[in-house]
Design a protein around this ligand. Structure first.
Ligand code: TRP
Length: 354
């Protein structure tokens, strides 16, 4: 562990098919992080998934499918720690302690809860309300320094920083007394951005690409076949103008902006660079180029996912191995947290008794 200067943590919910937005905003960036001097942990957050109802058999399949997507996209389970949240009990345990640090007022400001709970708030699960606290526990159980996430998770990352800060302040005396200096938890950096921090619907450039969009043409699923991918891009909504030669010209053209952003993210270049090549081009030229790029980048992932999901035993073994390695780190954090908070625990270390 000490060999790495950074610790990267991120999570993906196993709720429904992954699409291009999840891939470009999250998974593709997780793969890139592996090139840094960092220990990376990538977690399938099944405890988060059940904050809204999940059919048990479907859930089990989705946990394996997200894992397959990680592996098929190039996350190397020997180098990174790939696991599902429910196999590492320290997430839920630390979440409880953080429940006693976080304030009601902080959670009442969370916009994602308001959106997900909708009008019938009285009927939302307590877990849905507490979701951001569990997310803070995910990150801080490993004392992660960097968290790659989509734009929509920014507020949750701020809450994580607030919880870390308040814990460090509330327990400062005990933290120092137990030899952890003046702060126990890091103030985690969110890594948000890139050309596809927000991938929009292919049918409406003002709406996020979403697994719950009633039109399947609005999104590209990670499991779509080559023909489907190409067809969805050819049918994507556009405006009648040619592409501008400057990024400023994409303003107020949400569909054009989205397609250029998708091209940039897939090619690993900036919007400026895309427009250097395609400025002045009609969509009849740009769309086939984008379709080719999307098919070459995504179709192999779909193929590999099909191969991997055919062997659930292999996926389960990857998850079990990852959970063991994750727990080794998280157990050390929880031992220290229990000492800091003032609990009496079985010593010397949780690992020694397991
Ligand atoms: N809330 C995140 C999302 O919906 C998923 C998530 C759970 C997560 N725990 C996390 C992301 C910890 C980053 C770090 O995208």
């Amino acid at each position: 562990m000490a060999a790495f200067t950074e610790l990267v943590f991120s999570g993906v919910q196993p709720t429904g098919n992954l699409h291009l937005g999840n891939y470009l905003g999250a998974v593709k960036r997780f793969v890139e992080m592996q090139a840094r001097d960092a220990q990376c942990l990538y977690c399938v957050v099944d405890l988060h998934a059940i904050t809204v109802w999940q059919d048990p058999e479907a859930l089990r399949g989705q946990i394996r499918e997200v894992t397959a997507a990680f592996l098929a996209s190039g996350i190397d389970p020997a180098r990174s720690i790939v696991f599902n949240q429910s196999q590492v009990p320290q997430h839920a345990e630390l979440a409880w302690i953080f429940n006693c640090v976080a304030r009601l007022g902080w959670l009442n400001r969370m916009t994602q809860f308001k959106e997900k709970a909708g009008k019938d708030r009285e009927n939302a699960s307590i877990g849905l309300y507490d979701y951001p606290v569990l997310m803070a526990a995910d990150i801080l159980a490993y004392r992660a320094t960097h968290v790659p996430v989509g734009e929509d998770q920014k507020q949750h990352l701020e809450l994580t920083r607030d919880i870390a800060q308040k814990f460090n302040t509330d327990f400062s005396g005990s933290i120092a007394a137990h030899g952890h200096g003046d702060a126990f938890f890091p103030i985690t950096e969110p890594l948000i951005g890139g050309p596809a921090a927000r991938v929009m619907s292919l049918r409406d450039g003002t709406k996020k690409m979403s697994k719950s969009d009633p039109s399947d043409n609005a999104r590209i699923n990670l499991t779509d076949e080559a023909d489907t991918i190409a067809q969805k891009i050819r049918r994507a909504k556009t405006d009648p103008e040619p592409l501008p030669s400057e990024v400023a010209g994409l303003k107020d053209r949400p569909e054009a902006d989205n397609l250029v952003g998708i091209y940039a993210a897939l090619a690993g270049i900036t919007r400026e660079e895309v427009l250097r090549d395609f400025g002045g081009a009609q969509f009849s030229t740009f769309k086939p180029a984008l379709a080719d790029l999307a098919v070459t980048s995504l179709a192999p992932i779909a193929g590999e996912m099909r191969r991997l999901t055919a062997d659930p035993g292999h996926i389960d073994a990857v998850l079990a191995d990852g959970a063991g390695r994750a727990e080794t780190i998280a157990a050390q954090t929880l031992d220290a947290v229990k000492d800091i908070v003032g609990f009496v625990r079985r010593g010397p270390s949780l690992q020694a008794v397991r």
